[in-house]
Design a protein. Structure first.
Length: 302
């Protein structure tokens, strides 16, 4: 079962320009309580941020549990749920969660750190659905796969996951252009999540490959250059000044840059603050009108 282009486009239209990344939502040391995390997810949905991106390893399963709890108070159609799998982990529920990090280390000592076997992937998506409290994902992705890890069995797994209705779309989360190319050729990749920022290796090539095949890109790690830009603040401030955006925050400009790239349908931003979430949304107003600024950004900092 390869992708039907019309069906893929129909599902992909439900991707919103911004998505909420949940990598820190329930991680060890997160400052948010379950109630605060629920309020953040509800705020995202209320502001039109329907894409919620997670993975079975985030918070050792607690991110998915938190999302599932939050969505019990909302319609399933209110969000586009993305989850990912492939890393060996232990995801014991909350009362036992302090054991998860120890368990993860033990598991990875006696088994490969990652697995993209058919049985493992199908088992992972079934467990994710249970934690999320839903009968289907909108997209299920191979998590951080690199060349040589996915096999024909991995692509068969994605086909079966769609055939069984466990996820409406399947794809890869990877910065490896060979994985993306192989996945697209397999016919089992209908969405690609990849880092998109000025110095991200292969971002342009991956975005172009996807755009040419009508496959939407979900951009992640878009704020990674923040620390680097601080070290070159004089250059960065000069570039902003030349283009009349000196008063626009670095965060907003990095989001706008990612959103403006060819093929990008959704920009993921991980935040623990509803206030920051609303500020991030304002960045989208700049994505279609600042091509000269983005070109100079790339020339100066790539």
């Amino acid at each position: 079962m390869t992708y039907d282009a019309g069906r893929t486009m129909t599902v992909a239209t439900q991707l919103t320009p911004m998505g909420l990344g949940t990598g820190r939502l329930a991680s060890l040391g997160s400052s948010l309580s379950r109630l605060q995390a629920t309020e953040l997810i509800h705020a995202a949905i209320d502001h039109g941020i329907r894409v919620i991106d997670t993975a079975d390893t985030y918070g050792s399963g607690d991110a998915e549990r938190t999302i599932g709890s939050a969505l019990r108070e909302r319609s399933r159609e209110d969000c586009f749920l993305i989850s990912k799998a492939g890393f060996a982990h232990v995801a014991l529920p909350a009362v036992f969660s302090p054991l998860n990090q120890i368990g993860k280390k033990l598991v990875q000592k006696v088994s490969p750190g990652r697995s993209f076997s058919k049985a493992y992937l199908i088992s992972c998506v079934q467990k994710s659905l249970k934690r999320l409290g839903t009968d289907h994902l909108d997209a299920f992705l191979l998590h951080a796969a690199v060349a040589g890890e996915p096999t024909s069995e991995s692509w068969e797994a994605l086909e079966e996951i769609r055939a069984k209705g466990l996820s409406r779309m399947t794809g890869v989360s990877s910065s490896d252009v060979d994985v993306v190319r192989e996945g697209l050729a397999s016919g089992q990749v209908g969405v690609v999540e990849t880092p998109v920022y000025v110095s991200a290796s292969h971002a342009d090539e991956i975005c172009t490959l996807c755009a040419e095949q009508g496959v939407p890109v979900v951009a992640n790690e878009v704020l990674r250059p923040q620390a680097f830009l601080k070290t070159r603040a004089d250059v960065w401030d000069a570039v902003r000044g030349r283009h009349g955006v000196a008063s626009v925050s670095t965060v907003q400009l990095l989001i706008a840059y990612a959103a403006a790239q060819r093929g990008v349908k959704t920009v993921l931003v991980g935040t623990l603050s509803s206030h920051h979430l609303v500020d991030n949304l304002q960045a989208l107003q700049y994505s279609s009108s600042m091509h000269e600024f983005f070109a100079e950004m790339k020339e100066s900092f790539a």
